[in-house]
Design a protein around this ligand. Sequence first.
Ligand code: GLU
Length: 504
Amino acid sequence: MNIRVRYAPSPTGNQHIGGIRTALFNYLFARHNGGKFILRLEDTDRARSKDRYVKNLYDTFDWLGFRWDEGPDTGGPFAPYIQSQRSELYKKYADELIAKGAAYYCFCTAERIDAVRKEREAAHSSESGYDRFCRNIPAQEAASRAAAGEAHTIRLKIPLAKDGEADPVTKFFDHSLGNIEWKNADINPDPVLLKSDGFPTYHLANVVDDHLMEISHVMRAQEWLPSTPIHVIMYRAFGWEHPEYCHLPMVMGLDGKKLSKRHGSTSIDEFRSSGYLPEALLNYVAMVGNSYEEGSRVNTHAEIYTLDELSQYFSMEKLNKAPAIFDYKKLQWYNGQYIRMKSDDELASLSLPYAINQGLFGGIGAEPDAAQKKLYTQAIPLVKERADFLKEIPEKLNYLFAEPPLPPKEEFFPKKFDCAATVELLKKGLQLINILAPASNDAEAEELTKAFAEKEGLKLGDLMMPLRVAITGARVSPPLFGSLRLLGKEKSLARTQKALDYLA
Ligand code: GLU
């Protein structure tokens, strides 16, 4: 079988976690099987589809760094891949279903449908959806009313029990959920396939395109499951084989509620601007609600995989059936791991835009001069082990580019030291800076500092604490030796002297 899968978003909003997860799983499945991954834009909702969301989709996937084999921009044998450019096509298929007796013309106005809904509400009726008012208009009569130009939609005739028969059930297999049996009586009553403006609905366009584009497997979010019996009924009415299905478990927050803004960022733009790396986001998203088998080892958590490895190990059968939990802490862990895997140069250039935005080089938006750029790159090793987000890198390095404000005096005091005793420590600090000036690496600096502390009868921590605050402005900071080296002797002495004057 030729494996062909698709991501079929409606451009009615920005790309979010759930969407890219669907896209990613389809991509991994295609790669795993040597198949094709297709992008199709389902923009049949003309009012809600917007160009800016299409642009957001392309930007998102450019950033994420994985692509489709066929799609609106790439082209392919089944072009066009945008439903609004295929609208001519769908009517013919709706007509075909009418001819087969599997669909019917509906002349109900929006007002009538609304009135039925209100009546039911008033009567506290449990019934919902269309009341099948036009279902039994004789076919010929309906056809001539439609031909005469009476406004109409085309609806699917969901097969129902005839007198004395058992209620029909629509059955299909789902690779994640197993055998599904859906009572036809519980399916959305006779959904519209073709709207009165001649545009198809999601159901019609989706089924026709999946068929024409020879889609072998439909992998999509579980919220689409109620649509699947409708689609299966349509495929059978056309006499087509339906694709295999795999409905992906929902993505939840830690509280077990559907992932939403309340939990944190969900739109990919937000992840991007808060300094996530695309590799980390993809790796984590691939792990959400899924496990990967690598030889005899099954990994479910906290494993670092490249896209290639993920596609090697991906299997629909390994998808968890239970809802998937999206844990921002875990994602943060992944991001930190990927930050640490980058070279210093890569991290410098990836985080530079954040540095510029934060005003690290003299004002919001100011570009670094050559010296600042060099210092910035040299400083990366100081923070690489400590940053989980790109934006934290410049945040943590501020003190190298601008003198930090003096914190409250007590911040300088090591445990059991008062102000006067701390002043004495800082005087030793001045000496230490001179001693360390020739040291070219941390090991040498540490050696020299230990020897000095011993000679002075001081604990290493006591000696370094006030010096650290003088140099970096805080008790918790990137490593002191590296900071002294990058700042240079003159600036280090000046900051320490300033702190001394302040305390004395
Ligand atoms: N257009 C639907 C969406 O927005 C596609 C659902 C499907 O994959 O069939 O997600």
